[in-house]
Design a protein around this ligand. Structure first.
Ligand SMILES: [Mg+2]
Length: 413
């Protein structure tokens, strides 16, 4: 993979760090280590889920606040590399970083935040293509921030072709529309997160795929393979204030896949699926951790990652899949060293393990009477085995998780 091209754009802002330090010094008293005590370069880092681990709704979980007070050194800087990995996507990266900075009382840089669609930055071959973008909130800003320079929203497409969106009687055109022939063809589809008005998005995305990007023209035979589709956030459900879970973007994808399959007899194909538990997201996170360590001048290679989350289906499964990948990659590197082939990227990675830690402050409830076989809520393209949902450790909260990791690393907490 073109691994670190994007990483070169990461910037270190010493002024911001100094301001963060100044703001945090007052809260650093009472820690167990003495002033002037210096730690060596860390060889481990954290991938932290956000909802259910650090925050619930808009409120910080107290254990997370305490954990971050301990996670900064007397200069107010993080003692080890940390990235925040969330499946949320209908928000801007810098806005999420601002939210976390305020909640955790610790400066969080935008490039420490990985949203579900962040790895789309890697797909530069599509950045100049004319892409239909689906989602809600700041979809155009998000697509631009990911590198896409030529995006069309579902609403813009609907305006250009008003006869396509016919489910809602109130929104049907009242006058006869002139069919446009000057609308440039769509060349791909970005599914960033769950949209509103699903019937409109499902209809228009399907139209684009069946017409090879020219929804003003009907094609006798739909092209296959169809235009490239990049999608993020496969979560079927999520927990909000309601007692029962709510539809997530995974439910929208399920609808789109079912419609496409029914209409064409063929399977909707994804160029890439990202967000936890996809390997792509963890590879991206690993590279950001490595960049963060380099920026801080930590010379020791990062060898072990600890992934803390509250959702077995995304956080635990993703961390375990990544751990399996690392183990296989290491074997590949050994094979390479023995002259049997292997990728340069595998040779570059220094990470050897990813430990999954499940906390009990969010979705997961310990000791819940397990009904027989729970239904499979993962995505069609991901096959799960029950073992992948077993965390290496189950602890009460994120502070316990960090204490455990520091203890394993022989570092004072
Ligand atoms: Mg969560």
């Amino acid at each position: 993979m073109a691994a670190l091209r994007w990483a070169a754009a990461l910037r270190w802002a010493p002024g911001q760090a100094a301001r963060a330090a100044a703001g945090l010094l007052g809260r650093c008293s009472g820690r167990s280590y003495a002033a002037g005590w210096a730690e060596s370069s860390p060889t481990f880092g954290f991938l932290l889920d956000i909802d259910g681990v650090l925050v619930r709704g808009h409120r910080v979980i107290p254990a997370a606040l305490e954990a971050f007070h301990r996670l900064v050194n007397p200069q107010g800087q993080l003692r080890v590399p940390v990235v925040f990995v969330t499946n949320a996507g209908n928000i801007l990266q810098h806005r999420k970083a601002q939210e976390l900075s305020a909640l955790l009382e610790c400066k969080v840089e935008p490039d420490q935040v990985i949203l579900s669609h962040s790895p789309m930055k890697l797909f530069s071959q599509y950045h100049d293509k004319r892409m239909l973008v689906s989602g809600q909130g700041p979809v155009v800003e998000n697509a631009r921030a990911l590198g896409f320079r030529n995006v069309v929203t579902v609403d813009e497409l609907r305006t250009a072709f008003p006869v396509l969106d016919m489910v809602d009687l109130e929104r049907r055109p009242t006058a006869t529309s002139v069919l446009r022939s000057d609308f440039p063809a769509i060349e791909g589809v970005l599914l960033l997160g769950e949209p509103v008005r699903w019937e409109t998005s499902l209809q228009l995305i399907t139209d684009v795929l069946l017409s090879n990007g020219n929804p003003g023209n009907g094609l006798v035979t739909a092209p296959y393979p169809h235009l490239p589709v990049l999608a993020s956030n496969m979560d079927l459900l999520w927990m909000a204030e309601a007692k029962m879970p709510r539809f997530g973007h995974g439910t929208f994808l399920l609808c789109l896949e079912a419609i496409y399959q029914k209409l064409t007899g063929k399977e909707l194909q994804y160029e890439a699926l990202m967000g936890k538990p996809s390997l792509l997201t963890y590879q991206y996170a690993e590279a950001l951790i490595r960049q963060q360590a380099e920026r801080r001048g930590w010379t020791a290679p990062i060898q072990r990652l600890y992934a803390v989350g509250d959702n077995p289906m995304s956080d635990v499964c993703g961390a375990n899949l990544f751990h399996q990948y690392l183990q296989m990659a290491e074997r590949g590197v050994r094979a390479e060293q023995q002259g049997a082939g292997g990728s340069q990227e595998q040779l570059r990675s220094t990470t050897r393990s990813c430990t999954s830690i499940l906390v009990c402050t969010g979705v997961y409830r310990p000791g819940e009477p397990g009904s027989k076989e729970p239904p499979f809520h993962g995505h069609r393209d991901f096959s799960f085995s029950p073992g992948l949902l077993q965390a290496s450790h189950v602890v009460e909260d994120v502070q316990e998780a960090m204490r455990l990791a520091f203890h394993e690393e022989g570092w004072p907490w």
